[in-house]
Design a binder for this molecule. Sequence first.
Ligand code: C2E
Ligand code: CA
Ligand code: CA
Ligand code: CA
Length: 287
Amino acid sequence: AKAAGKRQWCHYQPALQAGLVERHELNENLDTAIAESAFKLYYQPIVDLASGALVAFEALVRWPHDRRGMVLPDEFIALAEESGQIVPLGAWVLERAAQEAAAWHRLSAEPRLARGLPPLRVNVNVSARQFRDAGFVDVVRGAVRTSGITPDVLVLELTESVLMRRDERVHTDMRTLSELGVGIAIDDFGTGYSSLSYLREFPISILKIDKSFIDGLGLSQQQYALVEGITRIADTLGVQVIAEGIENTEQRDLLAAMGCPLGQGYLFAHPLTPDQARRLITDHSPI
Ligand code: C2E
Ligand code: CA
Ligand code: CA
Ligand code: CA
């Protein structure tokens, strides 16, 4: 039995070790990347569905890697959350995004004002682990102050994993952030345990309806009714809705017809490099 066990161990060891090495390597590389600010932010447009006007960009992080190419967040955010590396990485994302928004305003504040449009906002994803960190509110305050943007330009996108915890700290920090003037969005609404009661319980200004609901819009009467209902309730509560993952004109038209104010998705644009985003801003044309 002992010999069999030993053989088994020998048999599994290489595979196990490969996994550990890979993970370890990714972790060490993440550390270096954080220290050297080796990440890139891409910016995906959020548009007014009725007019096509650009209203905001969502900042989405990428990691250009020597051997792996452009690594997408799904491959490293979870790892960074587990290790706590998301705290410095998230702080960098907030600071960079706020600074980029300040640059957009230098490019477009006046022409937008002349057309009756408010300053472009920037939406930043915040993970649960990052929000729970004791220094988070100060990081937000610092990003706003250093960049010189007004707080209302910054929108923090939180998933229900933050709101689910319902402890006093979450409520206090939400209130502080809201009083500071930054916007708070619920991301991926409709997945997981998200519930409309969050809209009463927390100072939420934006609700992002998950792509999975938008996918089924033209296909199912039920899906349509659900999205329309959420949009109505949100509107009644003064919460702005963004439909995520719009890929075709049918989805856009259905959403616009039901009064959903804002949308985002490949139909309008993929996440753009900072240069591409700036060019879009100076174009002044609807997308
Ligand atoms: P998310 O916040 O739900 O972001 C939307 C994701 O859907 C993005 O993927 C975006 O590129 C993609 N997307 C946008 N429009 C469409 C569409 O029409 N069709 C399809 N199929 N996909 C679309 P991405 O950039 O790979 O990001 C994945 C997730 O990683 C994000 O999901 C977010 O949860 C997380 N993430 C990204 N950047 C950050 C960050 O800076 N901090 C944290 N904590 N998480 C981030
Ligand atoms: Ca998001
Ligand atoms: Ca989302
Ligand atoms: Ca998502």
